[in-house]
Design a protein around this ligand. Structure first.
Ligand SMILES: Cc1cc2nc3c(=O)[nH]c(=O)nc-3n(C[C@H](O)[C@H](O)[C@H](O)COP(=O)(O)OP(=O)(O)OC[C@H]3O[C@@H](n4cnc5c(N)ncnc54)[C@H](O)[C@@H]3O)c2cc1C
Length: 303
C-alpha cells in the first residue's frame, strides 16, 4: 500500500491518528464520521452550560510513545486520579489538534462499502455516494466494522470481537453529593462514579456514573428516561441514600463501549485490496490501544 488516496471511516482517536499520519506523509485523505462532532468515544455531551465526559473518563499513558503523543494534544492533569490526564473543557477536545488541516466530514453515516474498479466506494443509506478512494481504513468499533463488511473475511474476523455495552448517567445537582471525586467498581451495578465538574476547566456539580457491563446488559432495552432514573437510584444508594436536588439527569447507552476480549493483533489488513480495519478493540479496551492500533495501521499502509 502507498500514497494512494485514502478514505478513513471514523473520526475517533484511531481514525484521526491514521488520517493525520497519512496527511503528514502527503497522502490525500478524507475522513467520514456519522456523528456531528469528532472524537468518537472520547466524548463530551453539552447540556446548557454543563458538560459531561460520558465516554472515556481520563487517559493514563503506559507507553512512552503514547505519553509523547498525548503531550501534543494539550491534556491537563486531573489530580484526583493519580496520573490521569483529561481534555479541557472536555475529553473530546483532545482530538481537535489531530483534525487540524484534515478533510473531515461529519454527519456522514456510511451504510455501504464496495470495491469497484480498483477503488473503495462508500455510500449512505440511500445508496448515494459519499466518497471513494484507492485505500480504505475502517476505524469503527468491531461490530460496526463487521456490519459494513459482512461478507468480507476481515469483516468476519472483526465480528468475532465481543464488545461490552455501558449505560452512562449524566447528572447535575444543586450541591455536592456525599461521594468522593472518583470511585471505581463501586458495586456490581456501577463500575465508575466521577465528579466531572471537578475536572480542570469544568464548573458545576456535574457527575457521571457508568454501569457495569452486566447491569447494562440486563437493562439494555430500557428507555433513556427510565435508564437515567434507575442509574440515579443506584447513585443515591452509593451516596448514603440521599442526593441533593437534581437539576439535570440524562442517560446515554454505549452499545459498543469497550472490547471484552480484544482481537490480539494491531489491525486487520489486506494490502492487495487496500483495506485496513483498526481501532482500540484490536489491542484492548482503552484509548491508548486505539493509538497503538493506529500506528500498526499506518505501518500496514506503508507509513
Ligand atoms: C463508557 C466508556 C468509558 C471509557 N473509559 C475509558 C477510560 O477511562 N480511559 C481510556 O483510555 N479509555 C476509555 N474508554 C475507551 C476509549 O474511549 C476508546 O478506547 C477510544 O476512544 C476508541 O477510539 P477509536 O478511534 O478506536 O473508536 P471510536 O472512538 O469509537 O471512533 C469510531 C468513530 O466511528 C464512527 N462511526 C461508526 N460507524 C460509522 C459509520 N457507519 N459511518 C461513519 N462513521 C462511523 C463513530 O461515530 C466514531 O466517531 C471508554 C469508553 C467508553 C465508551
Amino acid at each position: 500500500m502507498g500514497a494512494e488516496s485514502t478514505l478513513v471511516i471514523g473520526a475517533g482517536l484511531c481514525g484521526l491518528t491514521v488520517a493525520a499520519g497519512l496527511a503528514r506523509a502527503g497522502v490525500p485523505v478524507t475522513v467520514l464520521d456519522k456523528s456531528r462532532g469528532l472524537g468518537g468515544r472520547l466524548a463530551t455531551r453539552r447540556a446548557g452550560d454543563w458538560r459531561f465526559d460520558h465516554g472515556a473518563q481520563y487517559l493514563r499513558p503506559k507507553s512512552d510513545a503514547f505519553a509523547a503523543f498525548m503531550g501534543g494534544l494539550g491534556p491537563a492533569d486531573w489530580p484526583q486520579v493519580p496520573g490521569a490526564r483529561v481534555g479541557t473543557p472536555g475529553m473530546s477536545a483532545l482530538v481537535k489538534p489531530l483534525s487540524s488541516g484534515l478533510d473531515v466530514r461529519t454527519g456522514q453515516g456510511v451504510s455501504g462499502l464496495a470495491r469497484t474498479g480498483g477503488a473503495w466506494l462508500a455510500t449512505d443509506r440511500d445508496g448515494v455516494e459519499l466518497a471513494r478512494a484507492a485505500q480504505l481504513v475502517l476505524a469503527v468499533p468491531a461490530p460496526q466494522a463487521a456490519a459494513l463488511l459482512p461478507d468480507d473475511p476481515l469483516g468476519v474476523q472483526a465480528g468475532a470481537v465481543p464488545m461490552d455495552p455501558c449505560w452512562t448517567l449524566m447528572a447535575a445537582f444543586e450541591a455536592r453529593p456525599d461521594l468522593p471525586d472518583a470511585m471505581r467498581k463501586t458495586d456490581a451495578a456501577l463500575g465508575w462514579i466521577a465528579r466531572d465538574g471537578g475536572k480542570p476547566g469544568r464548573t458545576g456539580e456535574t457527575w457521571v456514573a457508568q454501569a457495569s457491563a452486566g447491569w447494562t446488559r440486563a437493562h439494555l432495552d430500557l428507555p433513556r428516561d427510565a435508564a437515567a432514573a434507575a442509574l440515579l437510584d443506584l447513585l443515591r444508594a452509593r451516596a448514603g441514600g440521599r442526593l441533593p436536588g437534581v437539576l439535570h439527569a440524562d442517560a446515554h447507552r454505549w452499545l459498543y463501549a469497550q472490547a471484552a476480549v480484544p482481537l490480539g493483533q494491531g489491525c486487520l489488513s489486506d494490502p492487495a485490496r487496500g483495506l485496513v480495519i483498526a481501532g482500540d478493540w484490536c489491542l484492548g479496551p482503552r484509548a491508548e490501544d486505539a493509538f497503538h492500533s493506529a500506528q500498526v495501521a499506518l505501518a500496514a499502509l506503508g507509513h
